[in-house]
Design a protein. Structure first.
Length: 319
């Protein structure tokens, strides 16, 4: 029976490593941790012996492609792969896969939480261990019949759309790759142009992947078209909604902003965002306990599939 070696980047959390090992549970597979703080030559030397490499934000050096290696899969634990060099992403030697939507339900739910927190004035009304009683019941708003525009109809976008429809919202979306008419009808979605979504929606949610196009997509001109008291939510990537743009727009106090992702994390203490009104921020906490379990299952399934000589796994499309 053939033996395989799985390597974990040293940035991978121990609980995820434990779960993956427990699921795979094979005498034919051994595990090794690759210290990504070592020099490039040492890292490449360690990578050469691997059949599978599991990474978070560490990108394999391009020089690795020139070596005689046996790598079958570069497995990312994130949905984001914008940090990968195009030569690595487009290589013909090994496959590249992301987290397979393991965090899609959790991030969609977190997006919904941010949405409701603003509409129900939650932070202003919550009763802490202080002697206060603030009731804004006639300032609260309902989500029913409100228009939401979802930018990016991937795993998270679809989960979010399902929840919005369940609340009686009207859902439109924009994506570079439009769904088929059959899919739109089945999911009760309406495709709209980007400018129209920002102009007509009560809520806009950014759920696209991060790339050169998406990072230039949202600008001051686009945000200025939004309705008074509308909301823009970013639970995708910090680069998709620049902090300078947020700061400039919110000074007019025209819209609300909800963020779970930032250009720099943790968010600096002196960030201008901290002094703004009409903003809710959470510390990139969209994923959940269940996310880790799903991620471990997805990664283990990919490894087991390739060990059996099959290639039916969800891989990242080439650029």
């Amino acid at each position: 029976m053939k033996k395989y070696i799985v390597g974990f980047s040293s940035e991978i959390k121990k609980n995820l490593i434990f779960k993956i090992k427990k699921i795979i549970n094979s005498k034919n597979i051994t595990f090794k941790t690759i210290n990504i703080n070592n020099g490039k030559k040492k890292i490449i030397k360690d990578l050469i012996i691997l059949d599978f490499f599991i990474s978070k934000y560490f990108c394999i050096p391009n020089e690795f492609l020139k070596t005689k290696n046996k790598l079958k899969l570069l497995q990312l634990t994130t949905s984001d792969y914008s940090f990968l060099d195009s030569k690595i992403l487009n290589n013909k030697s090994f496959l590249v896969a992301n987290n397979g939507g393991a965090n899609s339900v959790s991030v969609a739910e977190h997006t919904f939480l941010l949405m409701l927190s603003i509409y129900r004035n939650f932070l202003e009304q919550v009763i802490i261990k202080k002697k206060r009683w603030i009731n804004l019941k006639y300032k609260n708003r309902e989500l029913k019949d409100k228009k939401i525009g979802i930018i990016g109809m991937g795993n998270v976008g679809r989960e979010l759309a399902n929840r919005c429809l369940a609340f009686g919202m009207k859902v439109s979306y924009f994506d570079n790759v439009r769904l088929s008419v059959k899919q739109e009808k089945k999911m009760k979605l309406k495709f709209s142009k980007l400018e129209k979504i920002f102009k007509e929606s009560h809520i806009v949610s950014l759920n696209m992947s991060s790339n050169k196009y998406s990072e230039k997509m949202i600008n001051v001109n686009l945000l200025s078209k939004m309705k008074q008291n509308s909301i823009i939510i970013n639970t995708s990537r910090g680069k998709n909604l620049k902090e300078k743009i947020i700061t400039k727009v919110l000074k007019n106090k025209k819209i609300f902003v909800a963020l779970d992702v930032f250009d720099q994390e943790p968010l600096p203490i002196n960030s201008p965002l901290r002094s703004l009104d009409n903003i809710i921020m959470t510390p990139h906490c969209g994923p959940s306990l269940e996310t880790v379990d799903k991620l471990a299952k997805n990664i283990s399934s990919n490894i087991n599939t390739l060990c059996k000589g099959k290639r039916e796994i969800n891989i990242i499309g080439k650029l």
